[in-house]
Ligand binder design. Structure first.
Ligand SMILES: Nc1ncnc2c1ncn2[C@@H]1O[C@H](COP(=O)(O)OP(=O)(O)OP(=O)(O)O)[C@@H](O)[C@H]1O
Ligand SMILES: [Mg+2]
Length: 350
């Protein structure tokens, strides 16, 4: 369409310019006067014809130089350009509309995938909760009655049988611990409290006075907070659990013969988050294991070396993620470890 209009405009311009050229050529064709008297009449006839041609040329010149003609040409050009402009504008509009429809479609698909993912996550969490909650009681019975049976059969079983029995009981106890941990893990969402202003200094003091008091005493470890820590906006009991697991690990994985020294610091981040670091002088972690340890039931040490099920850091990760933060670790063997996490900052008006 656009090409058609442009070609029409060009054609019109060519016609106009062609007619002007034609008129100028006519001037050049004016005959020169012949010498013979016989030809006088012919000549005068020819001259008349030439005069009439000149008159026509002058008429054409006058016509082309008329303002009406000029306005019509300019008008046609303007109409042509306006048509081309609107044509292009409409094409562009169509393209934008098509893109918008595509985007809407993608957005709807994304929302649907998100909704399905959320539903499947909720289903999985509900399953983990029900399974761990319901498995807890039978498992407790197996280990409790198994221990009673082990005592009553003590003198009736030979050494091998006693050993097998002991394996069975310790397996049941371990399973019970894992189920308890799984329940604790799933309760992070099912029994969460609303976020509130949480003073990390108070949390660390409470941990030193209660939950970690025995471990600190046994290891001779210290927890130092060089500068007052910034407050965060989070579920207080989960922040308590988070720091308990991290400081507990820092005390547990200390180097033999070296007193655990733990330093906790906090730094505000530009995105209104607070970065908290828990630094220790313990055994450290190999670089290849740094990501793995945040997985469920992932451990780098045997139970004989250190007790535990390997859920502590998975719990830490879930707590931090629930609050929109991040968690990671920097470490090297025998160089200690720096576990860090981010949580939303508590604003002044909270
Ligand atoms: N501060 C640390 N220094 C060195 N290694 C660590 C440290 N913290 C954790 N780890 C390693 O990461 C593994 C996973 O830790 P996590 O806290 O999840 O489990 P756990 O301490 O073994 O058991 P749980 O915490 O469930 O009682 C540990 O087994 C240990 O090998
Ligand atoms: Mg742990």
């Amino acid at each position: 369409m656009r090409l058609l209009i442009i070609s029409q405009v060009l054609l019109l311009s060519l016609v106009v310019s062609g007619r002007s050229t034609e008129s100028s050529c006519m001037n050049m064709n004016t005959p020169s006067r012949p010498a013979g008297a016989v030809e006088d009449q012919l000549f005068s006839e020819k001259e008349e014809a030439v005069d009439s041609d000149h008159k026509q040329t002058d008429d054409a010149r006058a016509f082309y130089s008329q303002p009406l003609f000029v306005f019509s040409v300019v008008g046609v050009l303007i109409i042509a350009f306006v048509t081309v402009f609107f044509q292009s504008y409409r094409e562009l509009e169509d393209k934008v509309a098509e893109r918008t429809r595509e985007l809407d479609r993608t957005q709807r698909e994304l929302e649907e995938t998100n909704r399905r993912l959320r539903a499947s996550n909720e289903e999985l969490e509900a399953f983990a909760y029900v399974a761990s909650h319901d498995l807890r009681e039978p498992m407790r019975k197996i280990s409790a009655f198994g221990q009673l049976l082990q005592d009553s059969l003590k003198n009736k079983l030979n050494e091998d049988e006693q050993e097998n029995f002991a394996f069975m009981i310790s397996g049941a106890i371990r399973m019970q611990q894992m189920i308890d941990d799984l329940l604790k893990y799933s309760r992070l969402t099912t029994r969460a409290n609303p976020a509130e202003r949480t003073d990390l200094n108070v949390v660390i003091k409470d941990l030193g006075d209660f939950e970690l008091a025995v471990q600190l005493e046994e290891t001779g470890g210290t927890v130092r907070v060089p500068e007052p820590l910034q407050s965060v906006h989070a579920d207080r009991s989960q922040v308590h659990q988070l720091l308990q697991n991290l400081i507990g690990n820092a005390l547990k994985y200390h180097r033999k013969g070296v007193r655990p020294e733990i330093v906790v610091t906090s730094t505000p981040q530009p995105d209104r988050m607070i970065r908290v670091e828990v630094r220790d002088n313990g055994i450290g972690i190999d670089e290849k294991d740094l990501d793995r340890i945040f997985g469920m039931f992932q451990r780098l040490h045997s139970r004989a070396e250190c007790g535990g099920t390997g859920i502590g850091l998975a719990v830490c990760k879930k707590i931090v993620m629930r609050h929109g933060g991040a968690i990671s670790v920097e470490s090297a063997p025998d160089q200690g470890a720096i576990f860090w996490f981010t949580l939303p900052a508590a604003s002044e008006d909270r």
